[in-house]
Design a protein around this ligand. Structure first.
Ligand code: SF4
Ligand code: SF4
Length: 384
């Protein structure tokens, strides 16, 4: 299935318009975080370690819709926290859908059965359900047994009611490519539209830098996973909720720089500089200030040690889309052949800041991840 043609067309038209206007920095996906509170405490989450008074805060419907209007991105992703905890979430979603923006409502699905009738199926609304792997792997990742079963039941329920559904999968250390491939097969059989996949991101001040996938390990893992999609006849075809060049980037075949302005983040503190993942670089009071006053050149691989291990879609999908516009033939070839899974990988971009810190790759499994409080340095973040 994958992203519907109408959505691809609308996004392509939007990008072409922005380019014709000569805009250097334009948003593709607004990351709208209307609360940080969650009903889970996942091992790899860097979003929920705020004090209670922050966790209890909610973004108003008016604020959320103002951010959607100010930003103008054609796609709005609503992560959290757990958005379904927010009592006014149906009104926020309805307001975005009324603006004909494509909404991805990211949820761990625990509350979906209770709230699903507050939403109306629409070509503009997709439930993006958090599933990090098979039953054992996912329950381990979210640190609670039984969540996988609830998520799968919620996917079936949402599909039966005619909603668009994707899954949102973050890969951590110790992933087995065979298991990931089997998980993708099973997920597709549930009737989902596609898979959003990303290696988990780690903050540089996290107590354990060796917990999350480094870039080299990520690329090797993605090659192994994509290799398992080759030559299949009887097994389901995987559909990803990404551009083909972003998948090629994950496999080490594109040396992209991050374009964080393509996925601006608005939350209860304001417009977060520079991206969804870096949470202590300050906030801009307005979207315009975010775009005009952020020192973008300070961020990205080779430019900032905190970006060293990041290959997240919120930083690089926009770059890949931009590249597809500049090199449509390359995008077409990759789309027809799939990402290359052998041969040399492209070298990393040069390091432009001081001395590169030591980065260790896969060493600690996800069940060994201990969350640290925000006050003492937050743990890594899964990418919603
Ligand atoms: S990763 Fe998502 S589901 Fe897990 S604790 Fe964080 S916000 Fe909640
Ligand atoms: S590389 Fe980009 S998306 Fe990743 S942490 Fe740095 S600024 Fe954020």
């Amino acid at each position: 299935m994958g992203i519907p043609q109408i959505q691809k067309y609308r996004i392509a038209r939007y990008v072409a318009t922005r380019k014709l206007r000569g805009e250097e920095r334009y948003p593709l996906v607004l990351m709208l975080e209307p609360l940080f509170q969650c009903n889970l405490a996942c091992a790899g989450c860097g979003k929920i370690d705020y004090p209670k008074e922050i966790l209890q805060k909610r973004m108003s419907v008016a604020d959320a819709l103002q951010a959607v209007d100010d930003c103008g991105a054609p796609v709005v992703s609503i992560p959290g926290g757990e958005p379904l905890i927010h009592r006014e979430m149906p009104a926020i979603v309805a307001g975005i859908v009324a603006r004909k923006k494509f909404v991805y409502l990211c949820t761990n699905a625990i509350l979906l059965a209770k709230h699903i009738d507050e939403y109306t199926p629409s070509a503009y609304l997709t439930f993006s359900i958090h599933l990090d792997g098979n039953q054992h792997r996912h329950d381990e990742s979210v640190c609670q047994e039984g969540v996988f079963d609830k998520a799968v039941a919620a996917i079936r329920l949402a599909r039966s009611k005619g909603f668009r559904v994707t899954i949102n999968c973050t890969l951590f250390t110790g992933e087995n490519p065979d298991e990931v491939a089997e998980f993708f097969d099973e997920a597709m059989k549930l009737g989902i539209e596609g898979i959003t996949v990303s290696p988990g991101y780690s903050y540089n001040h996290a107590p354990r830098q060796d917990v999350f996938l480094g870039r080299s390990a990520s690329k090797r893992l993605f090659r192994e996973i994509f290799r398992r999609a080759r030559g299949r006849t009887s097994r389901p075809r995987w559909a990803f909720n990404h551009s083909t060049l972003f998948l090629d980037f994950l496999a080490g075949n594109q040396a992209y720089q991050c374009t964080p302005w393509s996925n601006p983040t608005y939350n209860i503190f304001g417009w977060q500089r520079p991206c969804y993942l870096l949470s202590d670089e300050g906030y801009a009071p307005t979207y315009r200030s975010l775009i005009e006053d952020t020192e973008w050149e300070r961020y990205g691989v080779g430019r900032n040690p905190r970006c060293d291990n990041c290959m997240a879609h919120c930083g690089y999908e926009g770059t890949a889309v931009n590249d597809a516009f500049r090199h449509p033939l390359k995008a077409l070839v990759v789309s027809l052949r799939g990402p290359r899974v052998s041969g040399p990988m492209l070298p990393e971009l040069p390091v432009l800041y001081g001395e590169r810190p030591q980065t260790n790759e896969i060493a600690i499994p996800v069940d060994a991840v201990a969350r640290a409080s925000r006050g003492s340095g937050a743990a890594g973040a899964r990418v919603q």
